[in-house]
Design a protein around this ligand. Sequence first.
Ligand code: SF4
Length: 720
Amino acid sequence: MTDGARVATRPGVRPPREAATHCPYCALQCGMVLRENGERVEVAPRDFPTNRGGLCQKGWTAADLLDHPDRLTTPLLRDRPGGDLRPASWDEALDRVGAGLRAVQERHGRDAVAVFGGGGLTNEKAYALGKFARVALRTRHIDYNGRWCMSSAAAAGLRAFGVDRGLPFPLADLGRADTLLLVGANPAETMPPLMRHLADQRERGGRLIVVDPRLTATARQADLHLQPLPGTDLAVANALLHIALTEGWLDRAYVADRTTGFDEVRRTVAGCWPAEAERLSGVPVADLEATARALSTVDRAIILTARGAEQHAKGVDTVTAFINLALALGLPGRPGSGYGCLTGQGNGQGGREHGQKADQLPGYRRIDDPAAREHVAAVWGVDPAALPGPGVPAYQLLDSLGTAHGPRALLVFGSNPVVSAPRAARVESRLRDLDLLVVADLLRSETAELADVVLPVAQWAEEDGTMTNLEGRVLRRRALREPPPGVRTDLAVLAGLAARLQGRVPSYREMHNKGPLLTPTEAFPTDPREVFEELRRASAGGPADYAGVSWERIDADTGVFWPCPDEGGPDTPRLFADRFPTPDGRARFRSVTHRPAAEPVCADYPLHFTTGRVLAQYQSGAQTRRVAALRRAAPGGFVELHPDLAGRLGVADGEEVRVVSRRGELRAPARLSPAIRPDTVFAPFHWPGAARANSVTNDAVDPVSGMPEFKICAVRVEKA
Ligand code: SF4
């Protein structure tokens, strides 16, 4: 079945309903069919180009949350600080939020209210949230948790290629590559169905090389595993380019015809000796040479980065180094070749295209670009001069909450920063300092537990909309059933709040200067289809152009790749075939050099700490920790240690340890494994409380992308 939700017609029997949709979790957006069977909703895999009929355990169990006893079905209010949350009506809750937002803005100004979104929101919700911030609240402060996902790759891609699309080619291209280099990616655990494409590649005789500080499930399948110290990927990339340059393996015609800036990069990497990269990273020169040869001496090669390379205070430069390598070898723009980033969150790609980012307007337009402001303001029917300017990146925003110059009120949609933010205890403290914290969620997440108002919202199987997967392919999310009584959609929440704000604060009414004034319902429709039609107009002509994408067109095929400016014209599965979307049509090299981690190890904190995910949990775990099968598979946090290190510390397998950094500590059982370097410890970041990995992580950020340094800081490990 490839069409949308449908109702069978057997007379006298309650018809089973089915919906062909996609998994609610990661960016692979595996195709699945939901089927109501009596009281139960069954999940079955659906053949789709990304998952080819596969699902991981998270997808199989996704429906367990639909009728979960923890599901919120009524708004909750806190009457006084320190008091308990109590059930309330929607009118009471929305009135409280509306009055609270007005009071904060009247006393402290428009920017005293901030909005924090999520990479799991549909395109329609991400778009409406950005519009709500800029038009109903008129605040410059909006950002989202996708900032912590792939913002470094996004910034590097924009800098080099003039566009940010995670994969500039269909996922199936992975199977065509003669050599595939995965840097800081572990899809065997994070998106297992993707491994089918890697199996294709292997069956065709291709080579897989994995760069990861841990011998992960993915690295175990590789022909070659490079195991660098966390934070040294940039040195590895420059050494690979040095070797290719020295050996004469560069694609000189491609560099001359399709790029600019190589001379400076050549001068830089000429001094990046492989022996120095070995000293910094621990990767033997022989392995660097083998990798450079495997990439350079084949017809087709693909380089992919993910969070392991990107979540650093030098994440943008690290990705740039791998893009430099790809460009020098002439890879981007050819089928089965190129550079790409494996986006993490379900709508990490679409979420960053339509206005949730502090510096963006829909269509991946810049909010500081006068032409972009004029275009979007015309769609919104407002004065471009009244649109706010750029805000600040996610961590900077959260770290300013409740301070003298920061926002005093925060609306959170689809995010759980109490668990997912770096230096989480500090962020938790900032949230407690707010005058008003409002959380829209389907469950009482750790962040909702701190809120003054909690608004229960619909889940994925209860809503229509679109998502944009890791390939830049726009997909349809289809509702199986209505939300339960007492639950509203995020779009309905925004419409309800807009109605309470209009005309009461400097708002939509004031900034509206063209044509008849729209009512809040007209300006913030609750029908996702209507929102998408507006999104198409707002994105038209922008880098992420959705003007030619219609729901019918998506339904008629397996999605639509952006840019797609014309409904009658083609979409764009592959970018860069003839030119790059830069002013001169050429990709841009940029010289980058290795620099140390923001926090070096020392006598007090002698070990490197890094974080990541496990197969059975997803992101902050607010949803997957409540699924019984996933909880059985991955019941709690742990600290992975090399047996040699454990021996030195006198720690036995399963014994509880403390991992202590300058910012805090986590406690969890030790898990001894020779798969990790003896100088590095690892913890997954899905759990709150004592096992919260982000109590330890460093909040140093990349100066370009705002990406925090989740992947390396200095710690010591002690028996608890
Ligand atoms: S979590 Fe990701 S890999 Fe697993 S089923 Fe969902 S979309 Fe597929």
